[in-house]
Design a protein around this ligand. Structure first.
Ligand code: KG4
Ligand code: ZN
Length: 349
């Protein structure tokens, strides 16, 4: 079955074609980052309008670069949530309309399930069961994954998501939106010995996260430097970025180790935009390998939002007989745990 995947939950228009037999046929991504950068964050109305402009040309592009006919598409998967409601509605209504026009089933996919399954697109995908660390702009969760659709959230952020904290610290340091990749780029030049920032919630049991204290600590450090010298030098920016990144990745590492230990699992999957962080990937790789465990992640382009992960997740569910009813699904809030396992075919809950 060839499935067209559509992702429009936030500020990236992603479209892809996944073939259950041949794998990923083609994928295209248009990032709105330039539109939102001047506002320092995503403006929902501008995001929706731009998805409307870009979605049809992108679909035409993936179909032509995969060298298939539109009539070869056997199903359509679109991100139904969580995300910005206006942005979601663009992909959902286009997906449903195209499904009707082509007379094929459609399915609303959970954005975080898409992220979680993105490492399945790699040549050596993880076997079930595993622990997944989902780290994006909106979510930080540790999830026990027994099979597709069988998810138990073991811990999550009580305040900011990891990506959100990166973005806010980026702003404090005067870096462009989105902060994550820019903070990571600055951190590479930073002195690891100059500051040691606190590792939040690591000295108490449990698998929850909190990044607001670390954010405040970062703001206080920046203020102290400004009081002292008037403004931050390039070196100050790099050193603060380095200390912040290290505190986040060490905290994530500790919680991942704890989750693996508590469940006796040996496989860890990291997914979502922050899983593109090279320091996080490197640290987990080394630590997991030393402990006889294995870490899996998607290639960089499939860590952040993309259509391929939605096409893949949708394909698994559509092949199991799941599809939408006549309702257009857009769910800004949607619990991962409410999804149904593949085995129980039927509508998603
Ligand atoms: O998964 P994603 O593309 O969108 C959401 O579902 O939220 O994640 C975007 C988040 C942003 O907060 C961005 O700053 C962060 O992922 N991010 C990174 C890196 N690349 C993207 N954070 C840290 N280091 C990176 N290299
Ligand atoms: Zn995402």
């Amino acid at each position: 079955m060839i499935v067209l995947g559509i992702e429009t939950s936030c500020d990236e228009t992603g479209v892809a074609l996944y073939d259950s037999e041949k794998g990923l046929l083609s994928d295209c991504l248009y990032s709105q980052v330039e539109i939102h950068a001047k506002f320092g964050g995503v403006i929902p109305e501008l995001a929706s309008r731009d998805h409307v402009r870009k979605i049809l040309p992108l679909i035409e592009e993936v179909v032509s670069s995969a060298r298939i006919a539109q009539s070869d598409i056997g199903g359509i998967a679109y991100t139904a949530g969580p995300g910005l409601v206006g942005a979601l509605l663009v992909g959902a209504s286009l997906g449903r309309a195209l499904g009707m026009a082509l007379n094929v089933p459609t399915l609303g996919v959970h954005h975080m399930e898409g992220h979680l399954l993105a490492p399945m697109l790699e040549p050596e995908p993880p076997a079930f069961p595993f622990i997944a660390l989902l780290v994006s702009g909106g979510h930080t969760q540790l999830v026990r994954v027994d099979e597709i659709g069988c998810y138990k959230v073991l811990g999550e952020s009580l305040d900011d998501a990891a990506g959100e904290a990166f973005d806010k610290v980026g702003k404090m340091l005067g870096l462009e939106y989105p902060g994550g990749p820019n903070v990571a780029r600055e951190a590479l030049k930073g002195d690891p010995k100059r500051f040691c920032f606190p590792r939040p919630m690591t000295n108490r049991p449990g698998l929850d996260f909190s990044f607001s204290g670390l954010k405040t600590h970062t703001r206080t450090t920046i203020k102290e430097i400004e009081n002292d010298k008037g403004s931050l030098s390039a070196k100050d920016v790099a050193d603060v970025a380095r200390a912040f990144e290290e505190a986040v990745v060490q905290t994530l590492l500790l919680k991942c180790k704890r989750a693996l230990q508590q469940t006796g699992m040996k496989r860890l999957v990291i997914a979502g935009g922050v899983s593109a962080n090279l320091r996080l990937r490197e640290l987990l790789q080394t630590e997991m390998c030393d402990a006889g465990q294995r870490v899996f992640y998607a290639q960089l382009r499939y860590c952040t939002d993309n259509g391929a992960m939605i096409a893949y997740a949708g394909c698994q569910r559509l092949m199991a007989g799941q599809s939408d009813d006549l309702v257009i699904n857009a769910r800004p809030r949607w619990s991962l745990e409410s999804l149904k396992p593949l085995a129980r075919a039927g509508l998603q809950g």
